[in-house]
Design a protein around this ligand. Structure first.
Ligand SMILES: C[S@@+](CC[C@H](N)C(=O)[O-])C[C@H]1O[C@@H](n2cnc3c(N)ncnc32)[C@H](O)[C@@H]1O
Length: 396
């Protein structure tokens, strides 16, 4: 399952490439469909412990959490909620390839329990869990989310000392399993060069503070699911996928929610697998995936236009531009960008309601189309599996 981007003579090829995507409604604490060491990159955001919108989910998974919250035993509730996430982190240790990367978007929580206001440092707890599993932590990103909400300042207002600092950021924690990946074959080296990003994108994306990511719609149209989805903006997984994987790699999101990571993987030419415990999300995910042709087109156009603007500005200011991209026939700053190419989605095919095939075309390909299935009246049963325990399903 490789994305062949080249013709026999070694030049960029107009031959169609494809990526495959699989949606699984089950508990990510047991990802039996995934073989060990099969995942190149994980991009995800779990339910946030001690944030009230996720209380019901945690309490349904472990009745002792409900008791702890009822008894105002904050430490025990926090510990047990993280105990549930730990089971998923442990599965990641099994399925991630050596050299694979895990990116986790997480926010801390503030909460008053038994009259005491305090911070629950989810990010710190997750860092220690990954350390214990043998992952190396890499520098993290602070995602700055400024808010104008009138209630953003907490505590005693203008009177010291019991006013509290606002929480206007979340984290993207980044871990690697073992040593760096190596790229020894010519095919691997080519895939790496074609997966490059622009120099000016590197400067923004690899900054440790991200501002102004376009927000996600939090409200869900489907009345059966929770009021708010906890979705992150498309730009967040899209950047991470481009930063930490290659075209043709497989990306996993064990907490898929509305399917943002899968959509981003489709746009970026990676395969993907998503687990979601709540089958009521199926129509929401299908609707999001069906938006692929438009978002893929807009994303490629936006990146190319931003590069053209950057080059124009740099030449106006007399900046040096020494290199050339052979695919676009455009100036670029470094030699590493000379084979960079952004994939254009040509077709999205639904294979049932849980598998999707995306075909990519060359730079002149017409705008994509979606071949859609009917949406099932009855969503899959919670946690349902189609195979007997212990057997590996053919993933795609
Ligand atoms: C913060 S949301 C993810 C939102 C997602 N990033 C998006 O953009 O839509 C977390 C999701 O994880 C799901 N979830 C919680 N526990 C799970 C588990 N054990 N296995 C699979 N999914 C789970 C929840 O139902 C929820 O949809």
């Amino acid at each position: 399952m490789t994305m062949d981007c080249r013709s026999d003579d070694g030049n960029p090829s107009p031959r169609p490439m494809e990526s495959l995507h699989r949606l699984i409604f089950a508990d990510a604490a047991r990802m039996g469909e995934l073989e060990k060491k099969s995942i190149d990159l994980v991009v995800t955001s779990p339910p946030y412990p001690m944030i009230e919108m996720w209380d019901d989910l945690f309490c349904a998974a472990d009745g002792e959490i409900k008791t702890a919250l009822k008894q105002s035993d904050a430490d025990s509730a926090f510990k047990k909620m993280h105990g549930l996430l730990d089971k998923v982190w442990k599965e990641l240790r099994r399925v991630v390839k050596p050299g694979g990367i895990v990116c986790i978007n997480i926010g801390d929580a503030t909460r008053t329990i038994a009259g005491r206001f305090r911070l629950f440092a989810n990010h710190a707890r997750i860092i220690s869990a990954f350390g214990a599993l043998g992952f190396d932590q890499l520098p993290a990103i602070i995602w700055r989310k400024t808010t104008n909400a009138p209630n953003k300042f907490m505590g005693s207002g203008m009177l010291p000392p019991s006013a509290y600092v606002t929480l206007e950021h979340e984290y993207v924690l980044i871990f690697r399993l073992g040593a760096n990946r190596s790229f020894d074959t010519e095919e691997g080296k080519q895939a790496r060069r074609q997966s490059a990003f622009f120099w000016e994108e590197r400067n923004a994306w690899f900054s440790d503070v991200w501002f102004n990511l376009i927000g996600a719609t939090q409200k869900l149209r489907n009345g059966n699911t929770r009021d708010r989805s906890g979705a992150y903006p498309f730009e967040l997984p899209y950047r991470l996928i481009n930063m930490f994987s290659l075209k043709g790699d497989t990306v996993l999101d064990p907490f898929l929610g509305t399917g943002t990571t899968m959509l981003a993987a489709m746009c970026a030419g990676r395969h993907s697998v998503g687990y979601e415990i709540d089958p009521e999300f199926q129509p929401v995910i299908l609707e999001k995936v069906a938006g692929l042709p438009d978002i893929a087109h807009e994303t490629v156009e936006r990146r190319l236009k931003a590069h053209a603007d950057f080059i124009r500005e740099r030449s106006k200011n007399g900046g040096e531009i020494k290199n050339h991209n052979t695919f676009y026939n455009w100036p670029v700053i470094t030699r590493q960008e000379s084979e960079l190419r952004l994939e254009r989605v040509r077709q999205l095919q639904f294979i049932g309601n849980d598998r999707f095939r995306v075909t990519y075309g060359d730079k002149d390909a017409p705008k994509a189309e979606a071949v859609q299935p009917p949406i099932e009246e009855n969503p899959p049963a919670r946690g349902g599996r189609s195979i007997s325990k212990g057997r590996q399903l053919e993933l795609f």
